[in-house]
Design a protein around this ligand. Structure first.
Ligand code: AMP
Ligand code: GLY
Length: 428
Protein backbone atom coordinates (compact mmCIF):
# COMPACT_ATOMS: atom_id res chain seq x y z
CA UNK A 1 0.00 0.00 0.00
CA UNK A 2 1.33 3.44 -0.94
CA UNK A 3 1.99 5.75 1.98
CA UNK A 4 -0.57 8.57 2.33
CA UNK A 5 1.08 11.89 3.13
CA UNK A 6 -1.35 13.90 5.19
CA UNK A 7 -1.14 17.56 6.21
CA UNK A 8 -3.11 18.66 9.28
CA UNK A 9 -3.64 22.41 9.54
CA UNK A 10 -3.55 23.85 13.07
CA UNK A 11 -1.64 23.41 16.29
CA UNK A 12 -4.08 22.81 19.13
CA UNK A 13 -5.50 19.89 21.07
CA UNK A 14 -8.02 19.15 18.31
CA UNK A 15 -5.24 18.76 15.77
CA UNK A 16 -3.22 16.46 18.06
CA UNK A 17 -6.33 14.32 18.66
CA UNK A 18 -7.21 14.02 14.96
CA UNK A 19 -3.56 13.22 14.18
CA UNK A 20 -3.56 10.56 16.92
CA UNK A 21 -6.59 8.91 15.32
CA UNK A 22 -5.30 9.24 11.74
CA UNK A 23 -2.07 7.53 12.86
CA UNK A 24 -4.19 4.47 13.76
CA UNK A 25 -5.62 4.17 10.23
CA UNK A 26 -5.31 0.89 8.36
CA UNK A 27 -3.75 2.96 5.57
CA UNK A 28 -0.04 3.65 5.81
CA UNK A 29 0.32 7.33 6.69
CA UNK A 30 2.98 9.96 7.14
CA UNK A 31 1.78 13.01 9.06
CA UNK A 32 2.68 16.69 8.76
CA UNK A 33 1.31 19.47 10.97
CA UNK A 34 1.26 23.20 10.24
CA UNK A 35 2.31 24.48 12.69
CA UNK A 36 1.59 21.67 15.24
CA UNK A 37 2.82 21.48 18.85
CA UNK A 38 5.09 19.28 20.98
CA UNK A 39 2.47 16.50 20.95
CA UNK A 40 2.03 16.40 17.18
CA UNK A 41 5.83 16.32 16.79
CA UNK A 42 5.69 12.81 18.31
CA UNK A 43 3.28 11.67 15.56
CA UNK A 44 4.88 13.28 12.54
CA UNK A 45 6.69 16.38 11.33
CA UNK A 46 5.80 19.90 12.39
CA UNK A 47 6.36 22.39 9.60
CA UNK A 48 6.97 26.04 10.32
CA UNK A 49 4.02 27.49 8.38
CA UNK A 50 1.11 29.24 10.10
CA UNK A 51 -2.44 27.91 9.69
CA UNK A 52 -3.49 31.00 7.71
CA UNK A 53 -0.47 31.24 5.38
CA UNK A 54 -2.41 29.69 2.52
CA UNK A 55 0.06 30.32 -0.31
CA UNK A 56 2.92 28.67 1.63
CA UNK A 57 0.65 25.77 2.60
CA UNK A 58 -0.25 25.25 -1.06
CA UNK A 59 3.41 25.33 -2.06
CA UNK A 60 4.19 22.67 0.56
CA UNK A 61 1.16 20.51 -0.29
CA UNK A 62 2.04 20.54 -4.01
CA UNK A 63 5.44 19.02 -3.27
CA UNK A 64 4.48 16.39 -0.74
CA UNK A 65 0.86 15.93 0.26
CA UNK A 66 -2.00 13.58 -0.79
CA UNK A 67 -4.64 14.92 1.59
CA UNK A 68 -4.97 18.09 3.71
CA UNK A 69 -7.30 18.40 6.69
CA UNK A 70 -8.41 22.01 7.30
CA UNK A 71 -9.47 22.08 10.96
CA UNK A 72 -9.36 25.64 12.47
CA UNK A 73 -11.90 28.39 11.74
CA UNK A 74 -9.54 31.13 10.44
CA UNK A 75 -8.15 29.35 7.35
CA UNK A 76 -11.69 28.16 6.48
CA UNK A 77 -12.95 31.75 6.61
CA UNK A 78 -10.05 32.78 4.36
CA UNK A 79 -11.10 30.18 1.79
CA UNK A 80 -8.28 27.63 2.20
CA UNK A 81 -10.51 24.88 0.79
CA UNK A 82 -11.39 26.89 -2.34
CA UNK A 83 -7.72 27.80 -2.88
CA UNK A 84 -6.54 24.18 -2.57
CA UNK A 85 -9.32 22.93 -4.85
CA UNK A 86 -8.40 25.53 -7.50
CA UNK A 87 -4.93 23.93 -7.52
CA UNK A 88 -6.43 20.40 -7.73
CA UNK A 89 -5.16 19.58 -4.25
CA UNK A 90 -7.25 17.15 -2.20
CA UNK A 91 -8.54 18.84 0.95
CA UNK A 92 -11.16 18.08 3.59
CA UNK A 93 -13.26 20.95 4.98
CA UNK A 94 -16.02 23.39 3.98
CA UNK A 95 -15.55 26.09 1.35
CA UNK A 96 -15.51 29.75 2.29
CA UNK A 97 -19.17 30.05 1.27
CA UNK A 98 -20.20 27.01 3.33
CA UNK A 99 -18.22 28.07 6.40
CA UNK A 100 -19.96 31.46 6.37
CA UNK A 101 -22.34 29.73 8.81
CA UNK A 102 -19.55 30.26 11.34
CA UNK A 103 -17.68 33.35 10.20
CA UNK A 104 -20.77 35.51 9.89
CA UNK A 105 -23.31 35.21 12.68
CA UNK A 106 -25.51 37.65 10.72
CA UNK A 107 -25.49 35.23 7.76
CA UNK A 108 -26.17 32.23 10.03
CA UNK A 109 -29.13 33.95 11.69
CA UNK A 110 -30.67 34.96 8.35
CA UNK A 111 -30.13 31.43 7.02
CA UNK A 112 -31.91 29.96 10.05
CA UNK A 113 -34.70 32.52 9.65
CA UNK A 114 -35.18 31.63 5.95
CA UNK A 115 -35.38 27.91 6.72
CA UNK A 116 -37.27 27.85 10.01
CA UNK A 117 -34.38 26.41 11.97
CA UNK A 118 -35.08 27.10 15.66
CA UNK A 119 -32.87 29.84 17.09
CA UNK A 120 -33.08 32.88 19.41
CA UNK A 121 -35.04 35.91 18.13
CA UNK A 122 -32.59 38.51 16.83
CA UNK A 123 -31.87 41.66 14.88
CA UNK A 124 -28.69 42.63 13.04
CA UNK A 125 -27.11 46.11 13.10
CA UNK A 126 -24.26 47.83 11.32
CA UNK A 127 -24.14 51.07 13.30
CA UNK A 128 -23.96 52.08 16.94
CA UNK A 129 -26.88 54.54 16.98
CA UNK A 130 -29.55 52.11 15.77
CA UNK A 131 -28.23 49.26 17.89
CA UNK A 132 -28.28 51.53 20.94
CA UNK A 133 -31.93 52.50 20.47
CA UNK A 134 -32.90 48.83 20.01
CA UNK A 135 -30.95 47.53 22.98
CA UNK A 136 -32.33 50.16 25.36
CA UNK A 137 -35.81 48.65 24.97
CA UNK A 138 -34.74 44.98 24.92
CA UNK A 139 -35.72 42.67 27.78
CA UNK A 140 -32.90 41.47 30.05
CA UNK A 141 -30.61 39.65 29.88
CA UNK A 142 -29.77 40.60 26.29
CA UNK A 143 -27.10 38.91 24.17
CA UNK A 144 -24.75 41.07 22.07
CA UNK A 145 -22.58 39.33 19.46
CA UNK A 146 -19.90 40.55 17.09
CA UNK A 147 -20.86 38.90 13.80
CA UNK A 148 -17.37 37.82 12.73
CA UNK A 149 -14.70 35.52 14.22
CA UNK A 150 -13.50 36.89 17.56
CA UNK A 151 -11.47 34.09 19.18
CA UNK A 152 -14.50 32.98 21.20
CA UNK A 153 -14.71 36.41 22.87
CA UNK A 154 -17.34 38.04 20.68
CA UNK A 155 -20.42 37.15 22.77
CA UNK A 156 -21.61 39.17 25.78
CA UNK A 157 -24.60 38.16 27.86
CA UNK A 158 -25.56 41.54 29.36
CA UNK A 159 -27.56 41.56 32.60
CA UNK A 160 -28.09 45.34 32.41
CA UNK A 161 -28.74 47.85 29.62
CA UNK A 162 -25.60 49.75 30.66
CA UNK A 163 -23.47 46.65 30.13
CA UNK A 164 -25.08 46.07 26.70
CA UNK A 165 -24.40 49.69 25.78
CA UNK A 166 -20.75 49.54 26.87
CA UNK A 167 -20.36 46.34 24.81
CA UNK A 168 -21.86 47.99 21.72
CA UNK A 169 -19.53 50.95 22.16
CA UNK A 170 -16.48 48.68 22.46
CA UNK A 171 -17.46 46.82 19.28
CA UNK A 172 -18.66 49.71 17.06
CA UNK A 173 -16.61 52.68 18.31
CA UNK A 174 -13.46 51.22 19.90
CA UNK A 175 -13.39 48.41 17.29
CA UNK A 176 -12.04 45.86 19.77
CA UNK A 177 -12.77 43.05 17.31
CA UNK A 178 -11.75 45.04 14.21
CA UNK A 179 -13.79 44.21 11.10
CA UNK A 180 -15.33 41.19 12.89
CA UNK A 181 -17.44 43.80 14.70
CA UNK A 182 -18.70 45.70 11.64
CA UNK A 183 -21.99 43.92 12.13
CA UNK A 184 -23.57 43.07 15.48
CA UNK A 185 -26.32 40.58 16.25
CA UNK A 186 -28.52 41.41 19.23
CA UNK A 187 -30.59 38.47 20.38
CA UNK A 188 -32.81 37.15 23.13
CA UNK A 189 -31.25 35.19 25.98
CA UNK A 190 -31.89 31.46 25.81
CA UNK A 191 -32.18 29.75 29.14
CA UNK A 192 -31.43 26.02 29.34
CA UNK A 193 -28.72 23.38 29.03
CA UNK A 194 -26.00 23.81 26.42
CA UNK A 195 -24.88 20.84 24.34
CA UNK A 196 -22.55 20.37 21.36
CA UNK A 197 -23.72 18.46 18.30
CA UNK A 198 -21.34 17.34 15.56
CA UNK A 199 -22.47 16.04 12.19
CA UNK A 200 -20.14 15.00 9.41
CA UNK A 201 -21.42 15.80 5.92
CA UNK A 202 -20.47 15.22 2.29
CA UNK A 203 -22.79 18.01 1.15
CA UNK A 204 -25.91 15.86 0.86
CA UNK A 205 -25.64 13.00 3.38
CA UNK A 206 -24.74 13.39 7.04
CA UNK A 207 -23.80 11.28 10.05
CA UNK A 208 -24.48 12.61 13.51
CA UNK A 209 -21.99 11.95 16.35
CA UNK A 210 -22.98 11.13 19.93
CA UNK A 211 -23.92 14.33 21.79
CA UNK A 212 -21.21 16.06 23.84
CA UNK A 213 -20.97 18.95 26.25
CA UNK A 214 -18.30 21.59 26.67
CA UNK A 215 -17.71 23.77 29.74
CA UNK A 216 -16.89 27.21 28.34
CA UNK A 217 -16.40 29.37 31.43
CA UNK A 218 -13.01 29.45 33.14
CA UNK A 219 -14.14 28.79 36.73
CA UNK A 220 -16.04 26.04 38.52
CA UNK A 221 -19.82 26.43 38.55
CA UNK A 222 -19.80 28.11 35.10
CA UNK A 223 -18.39 31.33 36.52
CA UNK A 224 -15.97 33.86 35.03
CA UNK A 225 -15.25 34.75 31.43
CA UNK A 226 -15.73 32.48 28.41
CA UNK A 227 -12.78 30.46 27.14
CA UNK A 228 -12.21 28.28 24.09
CA UNK A 229 -13.52 25.39 26.24
CA UNK A 230 -12.28 23.91 29.52
CA UNK A 231 -13.53 20.34 29.34
CA UNK A 232 -15.89 17.99 27.53
CA UNK A 233 -17.84 14.81 28.08
CA UNK A 234 -19.56 12.39 25.69
CA UNK A 235 -22.02 10.82 25.32
CA UNK A 236 -24.55 12.71 27.48
CA UNK A 237 -26.62 10.68 29.94
CA UNK A 238 -29.46 13.23 29.75
CA UNK A 239 -29.84 13.18 25.94
CA UNK A 240 -31.70 10.17 24.58
CA UNK A 241 -32.05 8.93 21.01
CA UNK A 242 -35.51 10.54 20.64
CA UNK A 243 -34.03 13.97 21.35
CA UNK A 244 -31.13 13.34 18.96
CA UNK A 245 -33.59 12.33 16.21
CA UNK A 246 -35.54 15.55 16.82
CA UNK A 247 -32.36 17.65 16.61
CA UNK A 248 -31.40 15.81 13.44
CA UNK A 249 -34.81 16.49 11.88
CA UNK A 250 -35.21 20.12 12.99
CA UNK A 251 -31.63 21.37 12.76
CA UNK A 252 -29.12 19.12 10.96
CA UNK A 253 -31.27 17.94 8.03
CA UNK A 254 -32.59 21.39 6.99
CA UNK A 255 -29.13 22.95 7.39
CA UNK A 256 -27.39 20.42 5.14
CA UNK A 257 -30.25 20.28 2.62
CA UNK A 258 -30.84 24.02 2.41
CA UNK A 259 -27.14 24.92 2.24
CA UNK A 260 -26.97 22.62 -0.80
CA UNK A 261 -30.10 24.24 -2.27
CA UNK A 262 -28.52 27.66 -1.82
CA UNK A 263 -25.48 26.51 -3.80
CA UNK A 264 -23.20 26.16 -0.77
CA UNK A 265 -23.01 22.41 -0.11
CA UNK A 266 -21.51 21.85 3.32
CA UNK A 267 -18.67 19.33 3.22
CA UNK A 268 -17.01 18.93 6.60
CA UNK A 269 -18.08 18.89 10.23
CA UNK A 270 -21.14 20.94 11.13
CA UNK A 271 -21.10 21.76 14.84
CA UNK A 272 -24.11 23.67 16.12
CA UNK A 273 -24.09 24.86 19.73
CA UNK A 274 -27.57 23.97 20.95
CA UNK A 275 -29.55 25.16 23.95
CA UNK A 276 -32.08 22.67 25.29
CA UNK A 277 -34.89 25.03 26.35
CA UNK A 278 -38.40 24.38 27.59
CA UNK A 279 -39.56 25.39 24.10
CA UNK A 280 -37.33 22.81 22.45
CA UNK A 281 -33.78 22.74 21.06
CA UNK A 282 -32.48 26.03 19.65
CA UNK A 283 -29.25 26.86 17.86
CA UNK A 284 -27.19 29.60 19.56
CA UNK A 285 -24.28 29.35 17.13
CA UNK A 286 -23.01 27.39 14.15
CA UNK A 287 -19.42 26.25 13.86
CA UNK A 288 -18.18 24.86 10.57
CA UNK A 289 -15.48 22.64 12.07
CA UNK A 290 -14.76 20.12 14.81
CA UNK A 291 -14.97 21.54 18.33
CA UNK A 292 -11.99 21.86 20.63
CA UNK A 293 -11.98 20.12 23.17
CA UNK A 294 -14.98 18.08 21.93
CA UNK A 295 -12.75 16.38 19.35
CA UNK A 296 -10.30 15.11 21.97
CA UNK A 297 -13.21 13.31 23.68
CA UNK A 298 -14.73 12.05 20.42
CA UNK A 299 -11.46 10.56 19.19
CA UNK A 300 -11.32 8.39 22.31
CA UNK A 301 -14.70 6.87 21.45
CA UNK A 302 -14.46 6.59 17.67
CA UNK A 303 -14.08 3.03 16.37
CA UNK A 304 -14.19 3.67 12.60
CA UNK A 305 -11.07 4.49 10.56
CA UNK A 306 -11.21 8.30 10.41
CA UNK A 307 -9.52 8.42 6.98
CA UNK A 308 -12.47 6.47 5.55
CA UNK A 309 -14.73 9.17 7.00
CA UNK A 310 -12.71 12.06 5.50
CA UNK A 311 -12.53 10.28 2.12
CA UNK A 312 -16.30 9.63 2.15
CA UNK A 313 -16.97 13.34 2.78
CA UNK A 314 -14.77 14.44 -0.11
CA UNK A 315 -16.05 11.74 -2.48
CA UNK A 316 -19.74 12.24 -1.64
CA UNK A 317 -20.17 8.68 -0.35
CA UNK A 318 -20.95 9.21 3.32
CA UNK A 319 -24.16 7.18 2.91
CA UNK A 320 -22.01 4.13 2.12
CA UNK A 321 -20.12 3.98 5.41
CA UNK A 322 -21.09 3.17 8.96
CA UNK A 323 -19.54 5.21 11.75
CA UNK A 324 -19.08 3.17 14.90
CA UNK A 325 -18.44 4.27 18.47
CA UNK A 326 -17.14 2.43 21.49
CA UNK A 327 -19.82 1.62 24.03
CA UNK A 328 -17.95 3.67 26.67
CA UNK A 329 -17.88 7.19 28.11
CA UNK A 330 -15.06 9.67 27.58
CA UNK A 331 -14.02 13.05 28.92
CA UNK A 332 -11.29 15.66 28.50
CA UNK A 333 -10.08 18.03 31.21
CA UNK A 334 -8.20 21.09 29.93
CA UNK A 335 -5.14 22.29 31.87
CA UNK A 336 -4.60 26.01 31.28
CA UNK A 337 -2.00 28.66 32.04
CA UNK A 338 -2.45 31.08 34.94
CA UNK A 339 -4.28 34.19 33.67
CA UNK A 340 -6.01 32.47 30.74
CA UNK A 341 -8.33 33.52 29.02
CA UNK A 342 -6.64 36.88 29.71
CA UNK A 343 -2.89 37.46 29.50
CA UNK A 344 -0.62 34.62 30.55
CA UNK A 345 3.08 33.77 30.64
CA UNK A 346 4.63 31.02 28.56
CA UNK A 347 7.70 28.85 29.12
CA UNK A 348 6.70 26.98 32.31
CA UNK A 349 8.21 23.49 32.57
CA UNK A 350 5.60 20.69 32.38
CA UNK A 351 6.12 17.42 34.28
CA UNK A 352 4.21 14.21 34.97
CA UNK A 353 2.78 13.30 31.56
CA UNK A 354 4.50 9.93 31.36
CA UNK A 355 3.32 9.04 34.84
CA UNK A 356 -0.25 10.09 34.02
CA UNK A 357 -0.29 8.00 30.83
CA UNK A 358 0.76 4.83 32.69
CA UNK A 359 -2.96 4.19 32.95
CA UNK A 360 -3.81 2.99 29.44
CA UNK A 361 -7.29 4.54 29.64
CA UNK A 362 -5.60 7.97 29.68
CA UNK A 363 -4.30 9.91 26.68
CA UNK A 364 -2.86 13.41 27.05
CA UNK A 365 -3.42 15.66 24.05
CA UNK A 366 -1.11 18.66 23.71
CA UNK A 367 -2.35 22.16 22.83
CA UNK A 368 -0.06 25.08 23.81
CA UNK A 369 3.19 23.15 24.29
CA UNK A 370 6.66 23.13 22.78
CA UNK A 371 10.01 21.52 23.44
CA UNK A 372 13.00 23.70 24.23
CA UNK A 373 16.45 22.38 25.17
CA UNK A 374 14.92 18.94 25.65
CA UNK A 375 12.30 20.25 28.08
CA UNK A 376 8.55 20.33 27.55
CA UNK A 377 7.24 23.85 28.26
CA UNK A 378 3.95 25.76 28.08
CA UNK A 379 3.37 27.77 24.92
CA UNK A 380 -0.27 28.87 25.04
CA UNK A 381 -3.40 29.48 27.12
CA UNK A 382 -4.84 26.01 26.92
CA UNK A 383 -1.83 23.74 27.46
CA UNK A 384 -2.98 20.11 27.69
CA UNK A 385 -6.18 18.08 27.41
CA UNK A 386 -6.23 15.10 29.75
CA UNK A 387 -8.61 12.56 28.24
CA UNK A 388 -9.88 9.29 29.68
CA UNK A 389 -12.35 6.56 28.83
CA UNK A 390 -14.40 4.47 31.26
CA UNK A 391 -17.38 2.16 31.25
CA UNK A 392 -19.48 5.11 32.40
CA UNK A 393 -19.06 8.85 32.83
CA UNK A 394 -18.25 8.62 36.53
CA UNK A 395 -15.41 6.20 35.87
CA UNK A 396 -14.01 8.22 32.95
CA UNK A 397 -14.00 11.39 35.08
CA UNK A 398 -12.34 9.67 38.07
CA UNK A 399 -9.61 8.29 35.81
CA UNK A 400 -9.06 11.67 34.12
CA UNK A 401 -8.86 13.61 37.41
CA UNK A 402 -6.46 11.04 38.84
CA UNK A 403 -4.23 11.60 35.80
CA UNK A 404 -4.54 15.39 36.20
CA UNK A 405 -3.19 15.08 39.77
CA UNK A 406 0.11 13.77 38.38
CA UNK A 407 0.74 16.69 36.02
CA UNK A 408 2.36 19.92 37.12
CA UNK A 409 3.43 23.29 35.78
CA UNK A 410 3.64 26.69 37.44
CA UNK A 411 0.23 28.39 37.59
CA UNK A 412 -1.67 25.38 36.18
CA UNK A 413 -5.45 25.93 36.43
CA UNK A 414 -8.33 23.63 35.53
CA UNK A 415 -11.97 23.12 36.36
CA UNK A 416 -12.72 20.60 39.07
CA UNK A 417 -16.36 20.15 38.05
CA UNK A 418 -16.25 18.88 34.47
CA UNK A 419 -19.23 16.55 33.96
CA UNK A 420 -20.55 17.16 37.46
CA UNK A 421 -23.93 18.49 36.37
CA UNK A 422 -24.40 15.52 34.03
CA UNK A 423 -23.55 13.13 36.88
CA UNK A 424 -26.02 14.86 39.18
CA UNK A 425 -28.69 14.22 36.60
CA UNK A 426 -27.93 10.50 36.87
CA UNK A 427 -28.41 10.52 40.64
CA UNK A 428 -31.65 12.52 40.85
P1 AMP B 1 -20.11 31.55 21.21
O1 AMP B 1 -18.92 32.46 21.26
O2 AMP B 1 -21.04 31.79 20.10
O3 AMP B 1 -19.68 30.11 21.42
O4 AMP B 1 -20.97 31.86 22.51
C1 AMP B 1 -20.37 31.83 23.75
C2 AMP B 1 -21.36 31.44 24.78
O5 AMP B 1 -22.36 32.45 24.90
C3 AMP B 1 -22.14 30.17 24.51
O6 AMP B 1 -21.45 29.05 24.90
C4 AMP B 1 -23.39 30.38 25.33
O7 AMP B 1 -23.14 30.02 26.66
C5 AMP B 1 -23.57 31.87 25.31
N1 AMP B 1 -24.65 32.27 24.40
C6 AMP B 1 -24.56 32.57 23.10
N2 AMP B 1 -25.76 32.93 22.62
C7 AMP B 1 -26.63 32.85 23.64
C8 AMP B 1 -28.04 33.11 23.80
N3 AMP B 1 -28.79 33.55 22.79
N4 AMP B 1 -28.58 32.91 25.01
C9 AMP B 1 -27.84 32.48 26.05
N5 AMP B 1 -26.53 32.24 25.98
C10 AMP B 1 -25.93 32.42 24.78
N1 GLY C 1 -15.74 23.90 22.08
C1 GLY C 1 -15.77 25.23 21.66
C2 GLY C 1 -15.38 25.45 20.28
O1 GLY C 1 -14.74 24.63 19.66
O2 GLY C 1 -15.73 26.50 19.73
Amino acid sequence: MKKQKILIIGGGGREHAIGWKVAQSKQKVELFFAPGNAGTAMLGTNINIGATDISKLIEFAKKKINLTLALPDDPLALGIVDSFQEQNLRIWGPTKAASELEWSKAYAKDFMGRHNIPTAKYKTFNNFEEAKIYVEKHSLPVVVKASGLALGKGVTVAQTHEKAMVTLKKIFIDKIFGAAGNEVVIEEFLSGTEISIHALSDGKNWKIFPPSQDHKRIYNGDMGPNTGGMGTIAPLPFVDSTLIKKIEKEIIAPTIQDMAKEGRPFVGCLYPGIMLTIEGSKVFEFNSRFGDPETQTYMRLLETDILDMFDACIDGTLDKIKIEWKNLSACTIVLASEGYPGNYEKGKVISGIEDAEKNTDVVIFHAGTKTENGKLITNGGRVLGVSAIGKNLEEALATAYNAVSKIKFDGMQYRKDIGKKALKYLVT
